[in-house]
Write a protein that binds this ligand. Structure first.
Ligand SMILES: Nc1nc2c(ncn2[C@@H]2O[C@H](COP(=O)(O)OP(=O)(O)O)[C@@H](O)[C@H]2O)c(=O)[nH]1
Ligand SMILES: [Mg+2]
Length: 494
């Protein structure tokens, strides 16, 4: 997600800050920034006001006469991006001794029912006892869907036959049922429509008036861009929203909804849906989002993801083995498994400062797919015997051929893997004997090597990219190819 806004915005800012800074240059360059925002589907007025605010601060003497005006301007853009989306309060007030009510609303397909389940799971982890309420009587399938989700999360679902009840009645009865079952939060899964209409709004306003929810949350689909923002405004006018949950932020969104919704409605995004699975709801952090949009990665989220998915004891055991030089191919395999649990390599790389570009470059290069590489390496190691994994030096020509046949790889690939593993083990042992400063330096060297996709360790086996190619070259090459393709298409149409 967000690749194109990141690229366009950083290019635009780069152009402003590269040359000699003057008021005229800045004003001119801000036109590019505005274009980048509009291309990302940011609301027109929001983009204009944003650029006006940045320009006003950037052309002042304080910036132009400062030591590093370029950095100051990047700082101004960052702050304004954060202000555009925040501040946000992630708490969902659960009152003691009474049944708290959370009402979810939104258009059909936005992700309401799924998000009810995610929210219940999140609240459970915080010690609450939620109950889900099937207040969408429009489609019989909606009740069934909520029941399935309730079962997956392990929370009760209150429902009534759609033919003999009304949404308000269901919610009122659910409140009573929650008391009896000792639940302290009810989450109302209300109906949606493909478009906002009067009867939908009337139904929601009725529930709002009768139940007086503690929180009304709007579920918005990030993929629908400005439509999502316009509907958010309509819902807010009718219901006074407390927050927005932006779903499908894992998808191919251009970022427009995330950047505009708070500015247009005054209601911040509290949480973001990052996938279909029920544990993929995250607090929305405007600062981290701004960092990502500016291509600066998101280390905070990376660390949180690592903590959530990696086993700390296992990590420590592996580290100890590494330092003692006892790290074998079994451990290597386990380490890769742990990384895979965090998500795809490419999604992880996007969170590391500077690595986002590398991941884009990989897209441009044929055969460059770190996730496929991990799978291949795992297949090769799986075809080794326990003894071979522990003592890779025993793998001779005939064993190598057997492993290659077993894993569908080329014998040369097995050689490469073994050599890489040997190099890596050597490097780790060397690092174990180093002081902190040298270790940092070595880490930087490893990172540099990773940043250059030509580096030996990443392009062995198959000749995947031409020599001397850097990330930027690869991006340029990708764009060139795209232009050629478009040209061809145009010719064909003629
Ligand atoms: N990729 C992705 N898909 C989601 C997310 N949230 C919901 N979905 C999917 O969106 C579709 C519609 O969701 P649903 O909860 O039924 O929407 P509702 O009509 O608003 O209740 C389903 O296929 C969900 O799995 C998300 O955060 N990421
Ligand atoms: Mg639904």
């Amino acid at each position: 997600m967000l690749e194109s806004i990141t690229e366009n915005l950083t290019n635009a800012i780069g152009n402003i800050t590269r040359g000699k800074l003057s008021e005229g240059n800045i004003r001119e360059g801000m036109g590019e920034v505005r274009k980048a925002l509009l291309e990302a589907d940011v609301n027109y007025d929001v983009a204009k006001a944003f650029c006006d605010r940045v320009t006003e601060q950037a052309v002042g003497d304080k910036v132009l006469k400062s030591l590093k005006p370029g950095e100051q301007i990047v700082g101004i853009v960052y702050n304004e991006l954060v202000n555009l989306m925040g501040p946000v309060d992630h708490s969902i007030a659960i009152r003691r001794g009474e049944t708290s009510i959370i009402m979810m609303c939104g258009l059909q397909g936005a992700g309401k029912t799924t998000t009810c389940g995610k929210l219940a799971k999140m609240l459970m982890a915080e010690g609450a006892k939620p109950m889900l309420v099937a207040a969408d009587l429009q489609r019989p399938a909606a009740i069934e869907q909520l029941k399935v989700i309730g079962e997956q999360v392990g929370v009760p679902v209150y429902w009534e036959e759609a033919s003999s009840s009304t949404p308000v009645k269901v919610c009122q009865n659910a409140k009573k049922a929650a008391k009896q079952q000792d639940c302290n939060v009810i989450i109302l899964d209300t109906a949606g429509r493909l478009h906002i209409d009067d009867s939908l709004m009337k139904e929601l306003i009725q529930i709002d008036n009768k139940l007086m929810p503690n929180q009304v949350l709007l579920v918005c689909d990030a993929m629908t861009g400005q439509d999502a923002v316009n509907s958010a405004k309509a819902f807010n006018d009718a219901l006074e929203l407390d927050g927005v949950i932006l779903t499908k932020l894992d998808g191919d969104t251009r970022g427009g909804a995330a950047l505009s919704v708070k500015a247009v409605t005054g209601v911040p995004i509290k949480f973001a849906g990052m996938g279909e699975k029920l544990d993929l709801l995250e607090p929305f952090h405007p600062d981290r989002m701004a960092q990502r949009i500016l291509g600066q990665g998101d280390i905070a989220t990376l660390l949180e993801t690592a903590q959530r998915h990696m086993d700390a004891d296992e990590l420590e055991a592996q580290q100890k083995k590494m330092l003692e030089g006892k790290f074998d191919l079994n451990d290597f395999m386990k380490a890769m498994g742990q990384i895979q649990k965090m998500g795809s390599m490419k999604s992880i790389m996007k969170l590391i400062p500077g690595m986002g570009q590398l991941s884009q470059a990989m897209d441009a290069m044929e055969g460059m797919d770190p996730d496929k590489d991990i799978k291949r390496v795992k297949a090769m190691i799986s075809s080794m015997t326990e003894d071979e994994r522990r003592n890779p030096e025993k793998i001779d020509r005939s064993r190598r051929n057997r492993i290659a046949t077993g894993s569908g790889a080329d014998p040369a690939e097995i050689n490469d893997l073994l050599k890489q593993f040997k190099d890596m083990s050597g490097m780790m042992q060397q690092m174990a004997g180093m002081g902190m400063g040298d270790r940092m330096k070595a880490m930087r060297e490893i990172q540099n090597e990773a940043m250059n996709p030509n580096s030996r360790s990443m392009s062995q086996g198959k000749q995947r990219s031409k020599r001397g190619e850097t990330t930027k070259d690869a991006l340029r090459e990708k764009k060139k190819k795209e232009r050629q393709r478009q040209k061809k298409n145009r010719k064909r149409r003629k």
